[in-house]
Design a binder for this molecule. Structure first.
Ligand SMILES: [Fe+2]
Length: 249
């Protein structure tokens, strides 16, 4: 095997030693990485992928948010318009050759680069080979699934005001929502819920359901007492439950 997950795990932990784990956001991304690795393993199993494809997918899960640590140190935000963490991570690994520390066969470098670079983009437009496409889709799915766990554990989720009409329209068309259309907190929650429509594999939807991260997320949301807002929330909630085939609980 030309990808040894133990080496990757060890070297990833070495890399993050350069950052302050007492910083909540840094710790969040550290924990997120391991959780994405776990989720990735579950998806790969359901898809019956080969040992090689699974190891590569897990390696990419370790690498996908490497750029978050530097982004947080430099900007104290998750803002990709200030420093795109996917571009930074891909450059660090490939252009600056940080990947050499991980003892991975060079034949995987290009797939790893594409997967890391594309993992955070609204959509992927570049022509990709079938193995590249597989890995890009896998990391985009695994990453999105863990967002719901992160939101419950680290954030307060409020749906207290009416969402914007444009965001609602995109949501009901099952489209990903553009960050520039987000005008209030309810819009951001709808944007997060809409990530579900962007899952590439039925198997990823199954993993999302089985982990219960989505249901826990919905149940964690503070909803306004105003009838009008409540009604919109209930409809939005049911739309995804229907999409995922979740019985209400
Ligand atoms: Fe990311």
């Amino acid at each position: 095997m030309t990808i040894d997950i133990n080496i990757i795990d060890k070297e990833f932990k070495e890399y993050v030693k350069n950052f302050d784990m007492d910083n909540k956001d840094i710790f969040l991304k550290y924990e997120h990485t391991f959780e994405v690795v776990n989720i990735m393993e579950k998806i790969c199993k359901k898809l019956n992928l080969s040992e090689e494809q699974t190891s590569l997918a897990k390696a990419i899960a370790y690498f996908h948010d490497l750029g978050r640590f530097e982004q947080l140190r430099r900007t104290s935000t998750y803002r990709d318009d200030l420093l795109d963490h996917a571009e930074y991570g891909a450059d660090l690994l490939i252009k600056e050759e940080y990947i050499k520390k991980f003892s991975i066969d060079e034949k995987y470098y290009q797939i790893i680069e594409k997967a890391v670079r594309h993992h955070n983009k609204l959509e992927v437009n570049e022509e990709l080979s079938s193995e590249e496409e597989l890995q890009v889709k896998l990391i985009r799915d695994a990453d999105k699934i863990d967002i719901y766990r992160v939101m419950v554990k680290f954030f307060e989720n409020n749906f207290l005001v009416m969402p914007s009409q444009k965001v609602l329209n995109e949501f009901y068309n099952h489209k990903s929502i553009n960050k520039k259309d987000i005008k209030n907190k309810s819009d951001s929650l709808i944007c997060q819920m809409a990530f579900t429509f962007d899952l590439n594999y039925e198997e990823s939807k199954e993993v999302l359901k089985e982990t219960r991260y989505y249901q826990d997320y919905i149940n964690s949301i503070n909803v306004s007492d105003e009838e009008e807002v409540k009604e919109v929330f209930e409809k939005v909630k049911l739309e995804i439950y229907k999409y995922l085939n979740i019985e209400e609980s």
